[in-house]
Write a protein that binds this ligand. Structure first.
Ligand code: SF4
Length: 383
């Protein structure tokens, strides 16, 4: 009798396992046909699909959307316009309050030196990031961008982000559209997807309570798309968010891109990186936060590729996870390794210290079995 009961339990378990496999396969087939999977389906995959299944399907989707042999990369330089910021994000060790000790603003001579070094290394993109600086209004950025463009016309300005644009619009009492049009006229070439963190307000009120809301972030990007400004989308995960909230974030990005005006480029790429906690207020307030493991990062990259079938490029953040995990991501849906990053000050202030030269980037891609393609900020080949 006891034996019969245990045999029945084993059969029951086996049937559940087979059902789960069937369900997983049908969702993965749907993704492979480039159909949008739902939030519940993505949750199901996150919970039940093996890492191998996720990587395999994500890699096949990557090969449908991109040249299977190529992995793109870029030489750019991250210059912080200043470190003055009133936002006080709890994951950011980089900012200081305006007027406090250590506050700086990058000078003309420093821009010259940094941009000349970028050009010498074969780069043509400046990733200009600031913060929410009440002393820097729209006029400040217009004069900075137009001056940089006058002196370095070949350099593309990939600058600010939705949070800064929203802040400038609020302070100058202008619409987001007016601010973006003015910045583009001054030399802004593309808008990075910085400051997205997790686009769910429950999370934002904990990690960055003074930053724009999810809707405000999405609205700046919506306006940027109507102006056909090249943009990217990001996600910083592995802090206080739930898995559902990560997926909700992905679906908001997918919907916004899908609803872009006809002919607009929308989001050229999606980049996820794990929260770097070392010495942050968030680490102090939530000591239970675990560092995202390599496996977890790869799983999220693969899931991003599977959910975001309408966005062409998925970038792996080797800067935060290191070269080896970066290479693994090239088999989990990623087709871009981003920049060699001549200078970076924000995630490195919270514990990410990986570096790479252009030669090392090329070697990293070749070692993984791909052909490196040096690109511009809009993902066109660098000529
Ligand atoms: S992440 Fe950006 S907006 Fe937030 S505190 Fe740091 S500099 Fe300011």
């Amino acid at each position: 009798m006891k034996k019969n009961i245990s045999v029945n339990i084993e059969i029951g378990k086996m049937q559940i396992f087979i059902e789960m496999q069937k369900m997983t396969e049908s969702i993965l087939d749907k993704a492979l046909s480039l159909e949008f999977i739902s939030l519940d389906e993505a949750k199901y995959l996150y919970k039940h699909a093996t890492l191998g299944d996720l990587m395999s399907v994500a890699h096949q989707i990557r090969n449908i959307l991109n040249n299977p042999q190529q992995v793109s990369w870029i030489v750019d330089r991250n210059v912080n316009i200043s470190n003055r910021c009133v936002c006080g994000c709890k994951f950011c060790n980089f900012h200081v309050k305006p007027g406090s000790d250590g506050a700086y603003i990058t000078t003309e001579a420093e821009y010259d030196e940094k941009i000349n070094a970028l050009i010498e290394k074969g780069g043509n993109q400046l990733l200009l990031q600031g913060g929410l600086d009440p002393k820097a209004g729209l006029d400040f950025y217009v004069s900075l961008f137009s001056d940089l463009k006058k002196r370095f016309p070949q350099i593309k300005l990939h600058a600010l982000g939705p949070a800064e644009v929203h802040f400038i619009a609020q302070r100058s009492k202008l619409s987001v559209e007016e601010v973006l049009k003015t910045l583009v006229a001054a030399g802004l070439d593309s808008l990075p997807g910085a400051g997205a963190e997790i686009l769910v307000d429950r999370v934002r009120t904990i990690v960055s309570p003074n930053k724009c809301t999810s809707d405000e972030w999405l609205n700046v990007m919506r306006v940027a798309h109507t102006l056909n400004l090249c943009t990217s989308a990001t996600m910083m995960f592995g802090h206080v968010e739930t898995i559902d909230e990560r997926i909700e974030h992905l679906i908001k990005i997918r919907e916004l891109h899908q609803n872009r005006p006809e002919g607009a480029s929308g989001f050229s790429a999606f980049i996820a990186w794990p929260f770097q906690k070392s010495g942050t207020v968030l680490e102090r307030d939530f000591p239970e936060i675990q560092t995202v493991s390599g496996e977890e990062y790869i799983r999220m990259v693969a899931l991003s590729r599977i959910v975001l079938v309408n966005i062409k490029n998925i970038q792996a953040s080797w800067l935060t996870v290191g070269k080896d995990i970066g290479q693994m991501c090239l088999f989990a849906g990623a087709n871009d390794l981003g920049s060699i990053m001549i200078e970076e000050n924000v995630v490195s202030a919270a514990g990410a210290h990986y570096t790479m030269t252009a030669e090392q980037m090329v070697a990293t891609i070749e070692e993984a079995g791909f052909t490196p393609l040096k690109r511009n900020q809009d993902y066109t080949p660098y000529l």
